[in-house]
Every structure is written in structure tokens, then in C-alpha cells.
Design a protein around this ligand. Structure first.
Ligand code: ATR
Length: 441
């Protein structure tokens, strides 16, 4: 939004510009603003400005003063030098700049503009496509109308300074990743906050994980998200893992440190925030998790942490559900987690909270359980597959059960990751803008 006011470059003073280097690049003419660019506001030529300008002309530069001031001021400044000038130039209007180029016998491409004000000097020069150099004003004490302009310049200068900082790189690793909405989320947060970062997708084969992380570190990627099927497999390649992620045995967010990538699990917080946001009461209830992969681990732990009295894990491969429950029971010194074979589903009592955490639904597949009798017993449901709807959600709705789609968890896990990587706090307005983008995509 401020880009049109950005100078091509910025210097502390007109007198610190390397005109020799610019001459070598092919520039042959310089258009100067006078007041606060070459001398203090209203001051005549000084010894410094005169010898500097003469030196430029000796080097072979054409020099012209383009000022919005009246003729006597501009003429008297030019008299000792005998260069060219335009008074009452009407900056930021383009007419004066084009006329100046013509008077100098140059082109827009071989002419530089040097000035101290963004909204007049720089903007006008940008409009004709000239290389612009913004300099700091010589006099710190300026007239009131200029002081007001300086206040307005501040956000532009801040935004310009941010744009100069190197773009930070972030991304998602997994397989497949092409369906992912994470770039939309992170790049929109960056845009809303004015952060200079880029988030991209990286599809990797399992055998590449270790070498890819080394490459990402070398390229200074500040953070990465991890998705199917690597939320567990990535752990051996990390320099450390947060206590909860380690106990749960799944990681979805990596942050670059001096030693390597450190892993955390923002899926857990994503699920917890969704449950609270949607006012799904877990405390004192039974919970059921469908699936036994990385997302299921986060879901089972989140239900436990929110106070579920029992957490059943149902999975196509029963042994995986057993292993998951055993590992969580051991880590958290409890017996809340219970593996349930698909044949045991009819024995569930009515009123449980259900989290769908298999990968079914991503490609439009049917849900793991298709019997109506299962859905009739659910009190509230949540999907983790990030789609507007899935077969699981549809089946819930058919039985009058409210089901939160996977966008909510996706959004909140991303919020946590973004805040961790960029040491910031996203506000409700920013989160809501991204939420509606996701829903309306
Ligand atoms: P994530 O880390 O996202 O949880 P994952 O570890 O690959 O991904 O786990 C995928 C889950 O979806 C598993 O519970 C898997 O069941 P299995 O353990 O039996 O493999 C489940 N899943 C994937 N495809 C399935 C299918 N066609 N039918 C039933 N379950 C399926």
C-alpha cells in the first residue's frame, strides 16, 4: 500500500551519496530538491554545497534544481553555480520532473532524483519512473506544515525499513502437501502484520527427511510445519522436543535454533482452542478418537488434558491404537486411554465427544465408521481433516450432531506456530480475517 512512496535507496545525507559509483552505472543527470536536501530551509548556497555541486558538474553530471519554492529563492540559490532550475515545480506532479529531464537533455533512465520528502520529492520521481534517493533532512527544526508531513511519513518509513529486511522463509513438509491451506494462512497473517516472510510447500520422501532438514537449516528457514505422514518420523532428526510433544510422541511445528530444529506440537493447542471456542464440554465426559496416527495422538491427549474421564481410541489397525494408548498411559501415568477395536464400537455409551483424526476425507473417502447408531450417540464432534466438510461431518449432521470442520484446528495450530516463530500475538481481527478466507476459498 505504501510502495509507491518507497525511494529506490536512502542515505543519511546528500553529501554521503557515492556519485562516482552512480556515474559508472550510467547516470548522467541529477535533479535536486534544495531546502533541507542541500542546505537548511531557506539558506543560501554554502561553501560545502557549492563545491559539492561544482564537483558533480566537473565529473560530467547535468544538475538541475526542482523546487516548489518561489523564483527569487531558487534563482538566488542557482546564481553562484549557473546550473538549471525550475521553480514552483508542483511536486509531486509529474510535469516538473519531465520538463527537468528535457532541460537536462537526458532520459528518465539516466537521471537521478535526490530529495528529503516522501510525499512530494520521492512520490513524484517514482511516478515518472526515476531512480530516487531519499536523504535525511538537514534541519531537524522544520516549519509546522512540514512537521505534520513528517508524522505522516513515519509509517511509510517503517514499512520501507521492514521491506528492506531479508524475507524470512517458512514452510510445510509432508507427503502429500499440495492440498494444504497453510500458505494461505501464514502469508495472510504476514500481509496483515506487515511481516516480510514467505511460506511454501515442500513434498518430501521419507528417506530425505534428515538431509532436507540440514538443507533448510543451511538456508536459514526460521520455522517449518510437519504434516502426514512425518509427525512422528521427524523426531529423531530434531535437536530437542517440548515436554508435551515428547510425551505425546508427535511434532507438527519446528523452530530453528543454533543447534538445529526444535519440535513442538501446536495441533494440541489447536484442538484445545477449538473445543473451547465451540463450547464443546469435555470435562467429565467420555471421548472417542478415530485414528491412531500423529493427529490422533494430539486429539487423544487434548481430550485427556481437557478433563475427559475416558478416551477410547478406535483405528483400522487395532495394534496401532493399542500402542498409542499404552504409550500415552505410560507417559502421563494414567489408565484413561483405552484402545477399542471396531467391533467394540456398538458398546459405547451415548454422550461422548468424538474427534475424527484419521486422514479419511481428504480425498472424499467414506468415514471409518458408517453405522448411524454410532453417530446417534455423539454429543459433539470435531473433524481434523482440513476440508469444508467430510463424510464424517455429513453423517454427524444427519443425526443432528454439531460437527466442527477441520479448518478450526488448522487455523489455531497455525496461529500458535506463527506466534512462536515471529514472537508476536495475533489479534482476534487478524484471526477472523483468515478464518473467513479459509471458509470462503
Ligand atoms: P497423521 O499423522 O496425520 O495422523 P498418519 O500417521 O499417517 O497421519 O495416520 C493416518 C490415520 O488414518 C491412521 O490412523 C490410519 O489408520 P491405520 O493406522 O490403520 O493406517 C488412518 N487411515 C488412513 N487411511 C485409512 C483407510 N483407508 N481406512 C481406515 N483408516 C485409514
Amino acid at each position: 500500500m505504501f510502495k509507491r512512496f518507497y525511494p529506490s535507496e536512502m542515505k543519511d545525507s546528500t553529501y554521503s551519496i557515492d556519485f562516482d559509483a552512480l556515474y559508472k552505472k550510467g547516470y548522467r543527470n541529477v535533479i535536486f530538491d534544495i531546502d533541507n536536501t542541500l542546505v537548511r530551509h531557506g539558506a543560501p548556497q554554502t561553501e560545502q554545497s557549492l563545491s559539492f555541486l561544482k564537483g558533480l558538474m566537473d565529473k560530467g553530471f547535468g544538475v538541475l534544481f526542482l523546487s516548489n519554492n518561489k523564483e527569487p529563492r531558487v534563482k538566488s540559490f542557482n546564481d553562484p553555480l549557473g546550473a538549471k532550475y525550475i521553480y514552483r515545480a508542483g511536486k509531486p506532479g509529474v510535469k516538473g520532473y519531465l520538463e527537468a529531464v528535457e532541460m537536462l537533455g537526458g532520459t528518465v533512465d539516466n537521471t537521478l532524483f535526490v530529495g528529503d520528502q516522501l510525499f512530494t520529492d520521492v512520490w513524484g520521481a517514482n511516478r515518472v519512473g526515476m531512480h530516487t534517493i531519499l536523504v535525511k533532512p538537514i534541519d531537524k527544526h522544520e516549519e509546522i506544515q512540514i512537521v505534520l508531513k513528517r508524522i505522516l511519513e513515519k509509517p511509510v518509513l517503517r514499512s520501507y525499513a521492514r521491506s528492506l529486511k531479508k524475507t524470512s522463509q517458512f514452510g510445510l513438509i509432508g507427503n502429500p502437501v499440495s492440498h494444504s491451506k497453510s500458505p494461505l494462512i501464514h502469508n495472510t497473517f504476514a500481509e496483515l502484520r506487515g511481516d516480510n516472510l514467505e511460506y511454501n510447500l515442500y513434498q518430501l520422501e521419507e528417506q530425505e527427511l534428515g538431509s532436507a532438514l540440514k538443507r533448510f537449516k543451511k538456508l536459514n528457514f526460521k520455522g517449518l510445519n510437519v504434516t502426514i505422514p512425518y509427525k512422528e518420523k521427524i523426531i529423531p532428526f530434531l535437536c530437542g522436543v517440548s515436554e508435551t510433544a515428547s510425551k505425546v510422541g508427535a511434532v507438527n511445528t519446528l523452530k530453528l535454533t543454533d543447534k538445529g530444529y526444535y519440535g513442538t506440537n501446536t495441533d494440541i493447542t489447536g484442538i484445545k482452542r477449538t473445543l473451547r471456542d465451540k463450547e464443546i464440554v469435555v470435562k467429565g465426559r467420555e471421548g472417542v478418537v478415530l485414528g491412531a496416527g500423529g493427529a490422533a495422538k494430539a486429539a487423544a491427549y487434548a481430550l485427556y488434558a481437557e478433563g475427559a474421564v475416558k478416551v477410547y481410541v478406535v483405528n483400522r489397525t487395532f495394534e496401532k491404537a493399542q500402542a498409542l494408548c499404552e504409550s500415552l498411559n505410560t507417559s502421563f501415568e494414567t489408565d484413561v486411554f483405552t484402545a477399542l477395536p471396531l467391533s467394540g464400537v456398538p458398546s459405547l455409551e451415548k454422550g461422548f465427544v468424538c474427534i475424527q483424526a484419521t486422514s479419511l476425507g481428504l480425498k472424499g473417502e467414506d468415514a471409518l465408521i458408517t453405522e448411524d447408531s454410532f453417530y446417534e450417540k455423539i454429543s459433539a464432534a470435531m473433524e481434523t481433516v482440513p476440508m469444508r466438510t467430510t463424510d464424517f461431518c455429513e453423517r454427524c449432521k444427519e443425526q443432528g450432531v454439531k460437527c466442527t470442520n477441520g479448518f478450526s484446528m488448522l487455523l489455531y495450530q497455525a496461529v500458535e506456530a506463527y506466534e512462536l516463530w515471529n514472537s508476536c500475538v495475533l489479534n482476534k481481527e487478524q484471526i477472523d480475517i483468515v478464518r473467513s478466507k479459509l471458509e470462503n476459498e
